[in-house]
Every structure is written in C-alpha cells, then in structure tokens.
Design a protein around this ligand. Sequence first.
Ligand SMILES: [Zn+2]
Length: 288
Amino acid sequence: MEDRAVMKIPMTSLQFGDEEIRSSFEALTAAQKAQFLALHEGHRSVNTRLARISNANAFGIHNDASYLYLDVSRINHSCCPNAAVGEIADAMQILAIRPIEKGEEIFISYHSMMTGMTRQQRQNYLHWSYGFNCDCAVCSRKGREGQLSDARRRIINALTASVQGYQPSDFSPYDGPTHEENIPRHSFLLAGVLEAEGLMDRSVARAYNNAATILIGLMYEHKDIYILPAALYVRQWMEKSIAVVCEVCGATSPELLEIALGNNAALKADASVCAVAGAVLDPAVCVT
Ligand SMILES: [Zn+2]
C-alpha cells in the first residue's frame, strides 16, 4: 500500500509553529480537512488542536519539514508489528512483514528505537509521545513470558549498540579477542534474538547481512584461518538475509536486488575468501 503525503509542514524554527501547521491545513480539500480532524489528537500541551493532531500523526523530519499521511496515520501501533513503513519521496509505503490474514488488523511500530525497549520503557514512551497505553500482543505477555520478552529486548538493545559501534557489550561466552571480531558475532546474535522475539523485518535481514559482510571483510583483511570456523556460516547468513528480505519486501523488490547484488559482490571481492567460504560449505572442493 502507498499513501501520498497531504501536508508538508515546514520547520522554520526549532519547533513547528502554529502558523505553518494552519497554512498547511488550509491548503487541504474539505474532505481531507474532515479526515485530518478525525485523527487521534494526542495530549501534548501545545496550543491548538491542529498542532496536537499534527504532533501525534506527522512523520519524521526530512529537509526541515514533517509529512502527514491521512491513511497511514490511522494505522495502530504494535510492539510486534505485522507491517513496516518505507518512505519514497513524499509517499509512505506500508509493507507486510509477514502473511496477514483477510480481516486481520495491520500494525506498524511507531518508532524503531522501541525494538530495544522493555515493556515499561515502551509504555512510558508511547504514553509521553502519543497519550496511550499499549496493549499489543507483546505488552500483554504475562509472568515468565513477559520477563523473557523484556530480557530479549535488553539483549537486542545491547547488541544493537555494539553492532553500531556505540557501546561494546559484554557477551563474554560469545566474544572474540577484539571488538572488531565481536561485531559479526553480535550481529548474528542480534538476528537470532530478533527472530526469537517475533520481530521478523528488515532489521533481521540487515543483521544477518551485516554479520556475513563484516566477516568477509575480516577474512579478506587478515587472510588468516583463526576465524575459519565462522566462515562456515557466511553463505548461510547471506542466504538467510536474502530469504528474509524476499519474504518481507517481495521477490522483485529493489531491496532484495540490492542485498543480493551486495552479497554477491562481497563474495566475489576476493577469490581466496570465496574459495575458503566455498570450500567450507562444500567439502567436496575443500583443500586441506
Ligand atoms: Zn506493545
């Protein structure tokens, strides 16, 4: 599904001013105005109703402007969504990230950073930002299931920070001698924990792809065999990454092409790396 932005609200100062919001609103048709006014109003302490609706529904800030989509704004949040948003110019795409039954409600996540938050942290964020308490399938988990979910979210948060280079984490049983070597390990672990939490979207594909391509880079750089056992998994991770993107974005999507070509290029980047990975994957061509 694709939804074109009906309002582009320019940011002329540190905050969106009432004037900018009002003039964007005035440019709407009568039907669009009615749809806009029917959106969730939010509860932030801003002066006007138009500003409260805009704050609760507009997406992101790109080129000093925020965009409002009338259909996408009506999609509810879940901490384990079945759809994801993707932006193309002034349009917002909604992509199914797992099969959705006819009549089943479509959910998106209102912010990607909530992936690494515990239930209480998500509730605080959603209440502060949008004025509601989440009762999605994940937030409704009780007892041990809820504790396990929170534990996975903490691990996701720590692994994401490690993979992105912000904060080296201590996962001693899985750590290598250097942080550089930990990144593919942590990226692979991140993919697994995201899957276990039921968060099968592009981030799982990226994590597998990240693990594989960084490992390929390390193998190329060191031309050493001490990470050979990990090479067993390179193609497996790449194939997993491609399979997830294929399922999430479709078999003909540009994302799939990009990730498939990227992986192919990485594998072909160095014949010796390719030989090592190929030999490990196919014992018939293994050279001892
Ligand atoms: Zn939730």
